[in-house]
Design a binder for this molecule. Structure first.
Ligand code: PLP
Length: 389
């Protein structure tokens, strides 16, 4: 393959572009992961992570992708056969439910449609019916990356409170953290699952599980589901000194130190405001092309990525491939039943206005070269918004 000048545009809603500062931080010698310097560094990381997640009791770091933390959340807080209530509104929610079923839990699914967020009223009604308290956990994906639909976690918490239900609230914040406001303690979230390769601007490879005191108590009380590598007890003991029960990915942790410093320098509110603004510019572009946003609820549009529908009979995959070949840009694919019907524009992570405009220019040129029906003017609409807002 011949050399391609300039940089590849990785315009997915994760993995996102890794900033040079993070890569440089990672390009250091591996040190003894049982030595004092390592322990000090990791204790600092725990503090930084608590800040990002909104004050959980502890944040476990696992050398895994985020899916590993779906598993660790379940097997550390539930007994075999326990019932969980899952709101299914997308590819990742379905997948989490599939994991729970494979692990032997009894998964009760409530679903609306994929174009809308979780419905707190329906959840409240179901929880109120559960008089014998069979439901042990409620599982919600904060931002469904497949559809670009964000659910209201505070409202789901209110649904649990309204029913006076003691179930744990488990949230997947994989593509919302560091892009959308997230307040674990304030919202009474018991377990938050996340990964390194999205708003945290790191390469893939770290999974996070932020936990409340209630989740830790449940962990100590329940008849344990089978677990070994993902066991919290072993982790908790070693984490006290900043260590792990096995060899951690030292270079990714160096990168995490840098990305947490960058997030602190920008400030949580500013990071979320930047994401909201870039997301709005993207939606203005989509409207300017006369294309449709897959998300149908204007209050639930995503800060992290926009899922765009193509017309009946058009092939979103062929469009994506054309954009990759002609303009060296990766857009997100349609996942599950959405394959071929949508493409996804990621606007998450280390991104500014001109980078986004470059990505939107690539989309507009790609729409033209691949004959997708659209109107010109998306790029101009985004430029107008960004120049004025
Ligand atoms: N949950 C959400 C919302 C995601 O977007 C993803 C991946 O994109 C996952 C879970 C799974 O993460 P991983 O691929 O890191 O296991």
């Amino acid at each position: 393959m011949s050399y391609r000048s300039g940089r590849h545009f990785l315009q997915l809603p994760g993995p996102t572009q890794v900033p040079g500062r993070v890569f440089r931080a990672m390009a250091r010698a591996v040190i003894d992961h049982r030595g004092p310097g390592f322990g000090r560094m990791v204790l600092g990381l725990f503090e930084g992570l608590k800040w990002v997640f909104g004050d959980p009791a502890h944040v476990f770091i696992f050398p895994s992708s985020a899916s590993g933390c779906w598993e660790t959340a379940l097997v550390n807080t539930l007994s075999p056969g326990d019932r969980v209530l899952l709101w299914n509104n997308g590819f990742f929610t379905s997948k989490w439910g599939g994991f729970a079923r494979e692990l032997g839990f009894d998964v009760e699914v409530r679903t609306g449609d994929w174009r809308h967020p979780a419905d707190p009223e329906r959840l409240a009604a179901r929880l109120a019916q559960d008089r014998t308290r069979q439901i042990q956990a409620v599982l919600i994906v904060h931002n469904e990356t497949s559809t670009g639909v964000t659910s209201d976690i505070a409202a789901v918490r209110a649904a649990l409170d309204e029913a006076h239900h003691p179930a744990l609230l488990m949230v997947d914040a994989v593509s919302s953290l560091a892009a959308t406001p997230y307040r674990q303690a304030e919202w009474g979230v018991d377990v938050t699952v996340c990964g390194s390769q999205k708003g945290l601007m790191l390469p893939p490879g770290l999974g996070f599980c932020a936990v409340s005191e209630k989740a830790l108590d449940r962990h100590r009380e329940v008849a344990p589901a089978p677990r070994a590598y993902f066991d919290w007890t072993a982790m908790l003991g070693d984490n006290e000194g900043g260590y792990f029960p096995y060899t951690p990915p030292t270079t990714l942790l160096y990168g995490l130190e840098a990305s947490l410093a960058m997030l602190r320098e920008e400030g949580a509110d500013a990071t979320c405001a930047r994401h909201a603004r870039l997301a709005e510019a993207t939606r203005q572009a989509v409207a300017g092309w006369s294309l449709r946003n897959y998300c149908q609820d204007p209050k639930a549009v995503s800060n992290a990525g926009t899922t765009v529908m193509v017309g009946e009979g058009e092939d979103a995959e062929a469009f994506r491939l054309a954009v990759l070949e002609r303009f060296d840009m990766s857009l997100g694919t349609g996942l599950g039943p959405l394959k071929g019907k949508v493409f996804r524009i990621g606007h998450l992570g280390d991104l500014n206005e001109l980078m986004l405009m470059g990505a939107l220019a690539g989309v507009e040129m790609g729409l033209k070269t691949s004959g997708i029906a659209h109107t010109a003017g998306g790029l101009a609409a985004a430029a107008e918004f960004l120049a004025e807002a």
